[in-house]
Write a protein that binds this ligand. Structure first.
Ligand code: UFG
Length: 342
């Protein structure tokens, strides 16, 4: 297939692009490079299999995106491009509405004008907000009530797709989509070629690994008074390669008129303190840990009931050992201590 991968120079998008190329697909990456890295593209370019095209373009440039889709005969879009830091979205919501919601509207206009048939959307468990206790692990029918602007933009993305699909059905057009609600994505390509490089870095596992490398002065634990066994937040950490695999399975399964939503996680939650301990074990390094106030927008416990995608498509995470997930990220950070920049 010819697949447009938005955000393909970013952390998750680059891993998905690599996987698609290895499977022999033609991959058209579009990335504004606002947060993505051209070097990620350089690293996946030599992969055997399919053909890679890269265009530096903002999704708000609708006409340019439409041209790209037509030029390369794209019928399938994987939409990863987005800002994805919960804390940043609370501080600067308009940045998120502009880059996530407005950009998605523009992208979809281009897709519809150019006849795209399948759309795989990076949604998030942040759309669930604080789920009721009886709905953890979280199933897809859990009410979606986000508590951060980031989560709100992802829910808006899902709603926009629902309405677009309905309009396409009424007018007899082929259009299908899947909203993939990721839990916390972690780890790196196990060859060490691709990795996670955000500026500033705010995600827990990379932050703790940078502390283990001595590249930052310890780690802050945001909140130790949550209603969890050790008082810190619990998350479901899914390996990025398993996530890429789920995208391919979903893309291959989509049939005209389908509207699907799947939770993607391993189904087990780990606390912030457990992550810190696991990093100490994997790296053998010690570092300072500071207990701090809660970070706004953080729900106490999020982990997935991912049984729907298993039942329907046979997908489940293969890498479920936390130490293996951390070890893959550690390899990247050791080999690329300055990320793609060094
Ligand atoms: N945390 C710390 N110290 C840090 C960084 C994070 O204690 O230095 C804590 C956070 O407060 C949170 C947990 O570690 O409790 C995980 O935080 P992350 O920033 O790594 O991830 P989030 O859970 O906030 O968000 C991530 C992605 C979102 C996605 C969400 C789903 O950024 O895109 O997971 O849970 F939607």
């Amino acid at each position: 297939m010819n697949v447009l991968v938005t955000g393909g120079a970013g952390y998750i998008g680059s891993h998905a692009a690599q996987r698609l190329l290895r499977d022999g697909h033609t991959v058209v990456v579009v990335d504004s490079l606002l947060r993505g890295h051209e070097r990620a593209i350089d690293r996946i370019r030599p992969q055997s299999g399919g053909r890679l095209v890269f265009a530096k373009l903002d999704l708000n440039e609708r006409a340019g995106i439409e041209r790209l889709i037509r030029e390369h005969g794209v019928a399938t879009v994987m939409h990863f491009a987005a800002l994805a830091a919960v804390g940043e979205s609370v501080e600067n919501p308009m940045l998120y509405y502009r880059n996530n919601t407005c950009a998605m509207v523009s992208l979809l206009e281009a897709c519809l004008a150019a006849g795209v048939e399948r759309f795989v959307f990076s949604s998030s468990c942040a759309t669930y907000g604080v789920p009721p206790e009886r709905m953890i692990p979280i199933p897809e029918h859990c009410p979606q009530c986000p508590i951060s602007p980031y989560g709100e933009t992802k829910l808006q993305g899902e709603r926009i797709l629902r309405d677009v699909a309905e309009a396409c059905r009424r007018s007899g057009r082929d259009f299908s989509y899947a909203a993939l609600r990721y839990f916390n994505v972690a780890g790196c390509d196990r060859s060490g070629l691709l990795g996670e490089d955000h500026t500033p870095e705010t995600h827990l596992i990379p932050v703790v690994l940078q502390a283990a490398l001595g590249r930052r002065d310890g780690v802050s634990v945001f909140g130790t008074d949550y209603p969890t066994p050790d008082g810190t937040c619990i998350r479901d950490y899914l390996h990025v390669e398993d996530l890429a695999d789920a995208h391919v399975k979903v893309m291959e399964a989509l049939r005209p008129g389908d509207e699907r939503a799947y939770n993607l996680g391993i189904g087990t939650g780990y606390s912030v303190r457990q992550i810190i301990e696991a990093v100490r074990e994997v790296t053998g390094a010690d570092f300072k840990v500071r207990e701090q106030a809660r970070r706004p927008g953080d729900p106490p416990r999020l982990f997935a009931d991912a049984s729907r995608i298993h039942a329907e498509l046979g997908w489940s995470a293969r890498i479920t050992d936390l130490r293996e997930i951390i070890d893959s990220a550690w390899r990247w950070f050791r080999q690329n201590p300055k990320g793609y920049g060094g």
